[in-house]
Ligand binder design. Structure first.
Ligand code: TRP
Ligand code: ZN
Length: 890
């Protein structure tokens, strides 16, 4: 907990370390009521810094350390006494007397009491670690910063019976048994690494084993360690790992470098997973998957996260970050890599749709809120607060733009140069961009504003057509709203991928004024000025532009399309992503009309063009079924909130539900047909988590969710049949989700009860059970959530449970969370206050919905601010919660 004023860390204050750690030798003695950590650091003065102060004495050595009980300390074999060093609650400072020296320390720590899940802690009966970003300082005194890279050897000792498996990074080099039932194992990691990549695991684990032969012919042992009861849920993760290893060789030329690669699944974990060198530690929700217990979405998430962590071996581990301001260097790049991997393994268009919908809903909201920051922030109080959608998702978009600008081959040349140049180093985002520039002979100076400027740029586009001259002009005006600490922004480089559609959807060859001939039907323009016009020539009919294809830049763009034009694009655009996007734009326009009607107390009426558009989509058998499912999904309430000036959660919910019912009624027969044919196939074939089948089930299930709104007996019967007679969680859970929102109380209660009976011992399935209920918009949502918190399967100490119940309520159940009496806000603030003391990272993340107060009406604003103030006044706050609350109130 914070005792003094929190310190703001600035990028501009970066200094290379005074000392380096060549070798790190760790010994852990694990016990039930404490753990001893003995550390030997082989250190020397950093030659890079020595020059600056050559004539003065050696600077003091300030080691990071928190919540450690120092038992002994030696400098070059001489024990230091209390007067030889200075100890406060975050540092141990001592005075070296030579350029090279060895520090030996012994500390006692308490993993068994660690509820923050940072450092060494217990998840169930197992010991595990989470060191990123600054958790290693809770294990031992160290230079806990990513630019200090060291070679580690680790010895772990524990009771043989309780902890038969003892793991750390690298290769096992020795093991043995001690006195009285204890044993030990020593691991050596041949690669230098920063402390945040350290890992240790001890437990009674089973493993699934496989192997991979790398492109140079080396055999790598692959192991996934899990609690024994989960041994049947590892195959999908193992398959995903092998695909990832192959893909990284093929697409980036990157080979794995150790003889063994391990994944361990733990139940208590703050995030998705962690890329520790050779020993990835995963939230069990990001590893375990099999048909009966995990949905299609869960299978795809496992594939993506396994890939993400594996890809970090190069983008993060071999080449790491100089400091935490460079976090997007590894995270943005690795998200981009995993997104491309998923696109190659599944449907590229559908993957892009999912990612863009997520970015526009959640990252745009973050960028418009009090915590807005650029992908390379200038300052922070608590780095854990910067593992954000901006660093990850927008960071990935920035790399995608570089990819678009230099092309796939140019990007590969750039990444080869980057890995070559910087292997074994801790570097900056500038180093990455420099490699891209040097490999391609391009100047990305202006482009780099994406790294330093926060906020979502606006791009307003208009057209001018001169029929007589056959000239078509597009004018782009860019701007970017102010964000905290950045009032004025300079123009960005915005890549605009586009095409022009003529009659019947024919694509018009693109020739810009001044060019000798047309070059293609699709091209990328670089918008670099505040206002810029591009003139296309030889345009003999008035075209309809298809703009920002594939979402070529993370901006909010507008073009004055009519609804009929959007319908045309939905049917005829050759870019699949833009077909979907046109549908979204149409839906937003139509829904905003209904929202206005609801707010004015008028009768709600739906523009029936939306019905026609959906009917076309349903009739188009050339479309991938997953595309159909995406195109039938109305923009979420969260997205409608994001695009509103002042969000009215009641009107948004009412309008969207009205539209869904209207569509269900108007399209019932065709929805039923597509449901029934796909359901028949699901019933007749065993489950496979494969793209076509996932696509089929997603259409089946969205059709069912519409059909249930009509409440016909035939549908309810189909629903119950799907619940009872299905071999997979995808079909079961989608029934649950429609039932909890339906008026059929008996069927609902029955399904919920039977589901819980069946799965009460499977925590990940129970998370789903909590989530669907927490998300139900039926009245009384808060009371249902409070009641569920008393359920034996719930505990506030497990982050997955908190996310499944409290997080789902605050983020997905907007009508209930935003109740006008402020009860939802009060509840969330209470949970944040409780969690602040237990797990600051989770408390701080849970808080996000309250930070969005500027989006709402005055009454809601003051209620939300009131709760933020109550949190601020609640006592001793963690730096995590303090930073978010104080910035939100500023
Ligand atoms: N580097 C991890 C990833 O991107 C992120 C991570 C895992 C993390 N656990 C964490 C970040 C805990 C902060 C705190 O996959
Ligand atoms: Zn990552």
């Amino acid at each position: 907990m914070r005792t003094d004023q929190p310190k703001v860390i600035h990028l501009k204050d970066y200094k290379a370390p005074d000392y380096l750690i060549d070798e790190t030798h760790l010994t852990f003695e694990l016990h039930e009521d404490h753990t001893m950590v003995h550390t030997q650091l082989v250190m020397r003065r950093n030659p890079e810094r020595a020059g600056e102060s050559a004539d003065v004495a050696l600077p003091p050595l300030m080691l990071d350390g928190q919540e450690l009980e120092l038992v002994s300390l030696f400098l070059d074999d001489i024990e230091l006494t209390r007067t030889d060093f200075v100890l406060d609650d975050s540092h141990l400072t001592l005075q070296p007397t030579a350029e090279r020296f060895v520090v030996d320390s012994s500390v006692r720590i308490h993993p068994e009491l660690n509820t923050a899940l940072e450092g060494l802690y217990k998840s169930g009966k197992m010991f595990c670690t989470q060191c990123e970003a600054e958790g290693f300082r809770k294990i031992t005194y160290y230079l806990d910063r990513p630019d200090v890279m060291s070679r580690f050897t680790t010895t772990v000792s524990g009771e043989q019976e309780r902890y038969p498996v003892l793991l750390s990074n690298g290769n096992p080099i020795a093991s043995g048994t001690d006195e009285s039932g204890r044993h030990w194992a020593t691991w050596e990691d041949p690669f230098k690494k920063p402390a945040y990549l350290f890992a240790l695991v001890a437990g009674d684990l089973w493993c699934v084993e496989d192997s991979f032969t790398t492109m140079s012919g080396r055999s790598v042992a692959l192991r996934i360690y899990v609690d024994p009861e989960n041994i049947d849920k590892c195959q999908h993760a193992m398959d995903s790992l092998k695909k990832s290893m192959k893909w990284d060789e093929e697409v980036y030329g990157r080979e794995y470098d150790l003889d063994i690669f391990m994944i361990v699944a733990v139940n208590d974990f703050n995030m998705g997973a962690m890329e520790n060198k050779g020993l990835n530690i995963f939230n069990s929700s990001a590893v375990l998957a099999k048909a009966e217990t995990a949905t299609d979405a869960a299978h795809q998430r496992v594939e993506a996260i396994v890939a993400h962590e594996y890809f970090h071996n190069w983008s993060g581990n071999r080449v790491t970050c100089r400091d935490w301001f460079q976090l997007s260097l590894k995270e943005g790049f690795t998200v981009f890599r995993d997104a491309e991997f998923s696109a190659d393994m599944n449907s590229r268009t559908v993957k892009r749709i999912e990612d863009v919908a997520y970015l526009r809903t959640h990252q745009f909201a973050e960028d418009a809120g009090p915590m807005a920051h650029s992908i390379r922030p200038d300052s922070f109080i608590e780095i854990s607060n910067f593992y954000t959608l901006t660093i990850y998702e927008k960071g990935s978009e920035v790399l995608r733009m570089i990819h678009t600008l230099v092309g796939a081959e140019g990007f590969r040349r750039g990444s080869d140069l980057y890995f070559d140049r910087h292997d074994g180093q801790a570097v900056t985002c500038d180093d990455f961009v420099k490699a891209m520039e040097d490999a391609n002979g391009v100047d990305l100076t202006q482009f780099k504003r994406w790294y330093s400027q926060a906020g979502t740029p606006r791009l307003d586009i208009s057209e001018q057509y001169d029929e007589a001259a056959a000239r078509y002009a597009l004018t782009f005006r860019q701007s970017c709203p102010p964000t905290p600490g950045q009032a004025e922004k300079l123009p960005f480089v915005i890549p605009v991928e586009l095409g022009l559609l003529g009659a019947g959807g024919r694509e018009i060859p693109l020739r810009l004024e001044g060019e000798d001939s047309a070059s293609g039907l699709n091209r990328v323009l670089s918008v670099t000025d505040p206002e810029q016009t591009f003139v296309f020539v030889d345009v003999t009919e008035k075209p309809l532009p298809s703009l920002l294809r594939g979402f070529s830049a993370p901006v909010k763009w507008s073009f004055p399309y009519t609804r009929d034009q959007l319908m045309f694009l939905m049917q005829h655009d050759t870019d699949g992503f833009n077909r979907w996007d046109a549908g979204q734009q149409l839906s937003v326009q139509v829904l905003q009309g209904v929202i206005d009607q609801h707010q004015q107390g008028a009768v709600m009426q739906l523009d029936t063009r939306l019905v026609d558009a959906f009917a076309h989509v349903l009739a188009d058998t050339s479309l991938d079924q997953a595309m159909v499912a995406e195109m039938l999904s109305l923009p979420s309430e969260a997205y409608l909130t994001e695009v509103a000036q002042v969000a009215d959660p009641d009107a948004i919910h009412a309008a969207r539900e009205y539209a869904r019912r209207f569509l269900a009624g108007a399209l019932f027969d065709v929805l039923w047909k597509r449901y029934a044919e796909n359901r028949a196939i699901s019933k007749a074939t065993p489950y496979r988590a494969e793209a076509n089948e996932i696509a089929r089930r997603s259409l089946q299930n969205i059709a069912l969710s519409y059909l249930m709104l009509e409440g016909q007996e035939q549908v309810v019967a189909a629903c119950l049949d799907q619940f009872d007679d299905s071999d997979n969680m995808t079909e079961k859970l989608s029934v649950m989700a429609v039932l909890v929102n339906s008026p059929f109380e008996e069927a609902r209660a029955d399904a919920l009860r039977r589901f819980a009976d069946t799965f009460k011992d499977n925590p990940l399935v129970m998370d789903q059970w909590f989530s669907v209920q927490a998300g139900s918009p039926l009245p009384g949502g808060l009371d249902r959530v409070k009641a569920l918190m008393e359920h034996p399967a719930f505990t506030v100490k497990n982050p997955n449970k908190v996310r499944a119940l409290i997080g789902a309520f605050a983020n997905q159940n907007l009508v209930n969370f935003h109740q006008k009496d402020g009860s939802g806000y009060r509840f969330l603030a209470d949970q944040v206050i409780t969690l602040n003391a237990l797990n600051p990272q989770i408390a701080s993340r849970l808080l996000a919905p309250l930070t969005r107060w500027r989006k709402y009406d005055d009454a809601r604003q003051s209620l939300m601010r009131g709760e933020l103030e109550r949190i601020l006044a609640s006592g001793s706050l963690s730096s995590d919660v303090y930073e978010v609350v104080s910035k939100s109130l500023a």
